[in-house]
Ligand binder design. Structure first.
Ligand SMILES: O=C(O)C1=C[C@@H](OP(=O)(O)O)[C@@H](O)[C@H](O)C1
Ligand SMILES: C=C(OP(=O)(O)O)C(=O)O
Length: 441
């Protein structure tokens, strides 16, 4: 039994919810947890990361940092990290599980070592995600890299000195973030040129924000095409506080907007660099009654929602949640400029189209967009495939709450990648779930 009290592996049967009502506190941010833990390990001395996420991705980062020689102690909800500074242990095999950002950030830092191997126990998910753009940049810096056609398993050996290097930011921002974590610890620093049509600007700004929080100097052009990081710096150990998580909260907010009732969701600060904060504006534009009192977001649900057309790249990890709202809204919604969704835990364009069609919805896709025609009266009564993807599981769960008959979502335990308490939080609002044995790995 895990900390959430649910079986190790399970499907979820989602019962329609007549209403959702209550108060919740947003879980700690996934993206800030991974960043702060890594920056703490790159500092000499002891740091305290206050209120860390307890998800599988956070555990993956902690495990890998420990394997590299960091001291890790969990004290209450905090992580106390004794850093290895610029000297992670060489000759170690790291397994970042299914965590893309964790894997890429660690791959950058691996250039400080004289050899780090990377494996994953998710060959069908992380194992299929592209790493070539980052490996190429590392190799241009002088690192020796080996991989299976630009994918896991792989090895990276430094040391490297730094200097000017190009990295493509077209498929993922995580490659550039990885180099940004590495840069300050190199003798010559890094003058990064981000090439291609830069995607996911928001996480890049979260990386710059993290460097600043640990006393590292870096400067970036407004469009982020150039990031300059002087070399020979040290990360300064200290105390940082993890903010609330917008991507996971977007799914709770979408659920609350599509059912009658009232939700008060606290711990979502207004000034925040998480791009998924925009989910609030999108829901409002769709017609949701959504207001804010300080760090608390209030949704009075059940108002009819209508379709929107938006560029989704700014809120990439909330697109699935908002697709649930779109599927229960009146009209045809399009998310544009979302090609990178194809490169996540599953293909979040084609796989989403397939699952929504299974539910009877009209859905089309192009290479970089997804279009859904919604219906306020979704029949349900089917089994849908969670595709081992936490955000797909959130999307299908929100649909189950709003459908007329229950929806079974397979492999729902993968919710733990980013939001272990997701079902428990919805139960606290009145939702009802069953957790039968998993029919999908
Ligand atoms: O830097 C990060 O922490 C992340 C960046 C985004 O990825 P891409 O840059 O690949 O879009 C996001 O989807 C992911 O969940 C976390
Ligand atoms: C894509 C995601 O994460 P990652 O890239 O870190 O695996 C996500 O959290 O939706």
């Amino acid at each position: 039994m895990s900390a959430d009290g649910l079986p190790e592996k399970f499907d979820v049967i989602v019962h329609p919810a007549a209403e959702l009502r209550g108060e919740l506190r947003a879980q700690p941010s996934k993206n800030y947890t991974t960043r702060y833990l890594l920056a703490a390990a790159l500092a000499d001395g002891e740091s305290r990361v206050v209120g860390v996420a307890t998800s599988e991705d956070a555990e993956a980062m902690l495990r890998c940092l420990e394997d590299w020689g960091a001291g890790v102690e969990l004290v209450g909800g905090d992580a106390v990290i004794r850093g290895f500074g610029a000297s992670p242990r060489a000759g170690v095999t790291l397994n970042p599980g299914n965590a893309g950002a964790v894997a890429r950030f660690l791959m950058g830092v691996a250039a400080l070592t004289t050899g780090t191997d990377f494996v994953t126990d998710y060959p069908d998910s992380l194992g299929k995600r592209p790493q070539g753009d980052l490996l190429e940049a590392l190799s241009r810096l002088g690192a020796r890299v080996q991989s299976r056609a630009g994918m896991f398993p792989l090895s990276i050996s430094g040391p490297v000195r730094g200097g000017v290097v190009e990295v493509s930011a077209e498929r993922s921002s995580q490659y550039a973030s990885a180099l940004m974590f590495l840069g300050p610890l190199l003798p010559d620093g890094l003058d990064l040129r981000l090439t291609g049509n830069i995607k996911s600007h928001a996480p890049l700004r979260q990386t710059l924000d993290t460097l600043a929080a640990f006393g590292v100097q870096a400067s970036a052009s407004d469009d982020l095409s150039r990031v300059t990081i002087p070399g020979g710096q040290a990360y300064r150990a200290g105390r940082v506080l993890v903010p609330g998580d917008y991507p996971g909260s977007a799914a709770i907010l979408a659920a609350a907007a599509t059912r009658p009732g009232e939700l008060r969701l606290s711990n979502l600060r207004e000034q925040d660099l998480q791009g998924e904060r925009e989910a609030l504006d999108v829901l409002r534009e769709m017609g949701a009654d959504l207001t804010r009192e300080g760090d608390t977001v209030i949704v009075r649900g059940g108002r009819p929602l209508h379709a929107v057309t938006r560029d989704g790249d700014g809120f990439t990890d909330a697109v699935q949640a908002l697709t649930a709202a779109a599927a229960l809204a009146d009209g045809t919604t399009t998310w544009e400029n979302v090609y990178t969704l194809r490169l996540k835990e599953c293909d979040r364009i084609s796989d989403t189209r397939r699952e929504l069609q299974r539910l009877g919805l009209t859905v089309t896709e192009t290479q970089d967009s997804l279009t859904v025609t919604g219906t306020p009266s979704l029949a349900g009564g089917v089994t849908a495939d969670g595709h081992g993807d936490h955000r797909m599981i959130m999307l299908l769960t929100v649909l189950g709450l709003g459908a007329q008959s229950p929806i079974r979502v397979t492999g729902a335990h993968h919710i733990r990648k980013s939001y272990p308490m997701f079902f428990r939080h919805l139960e606290a609002l009145g939702a009802r779930f069953e957790y039968p044995e998993a029919t999908r790995a």
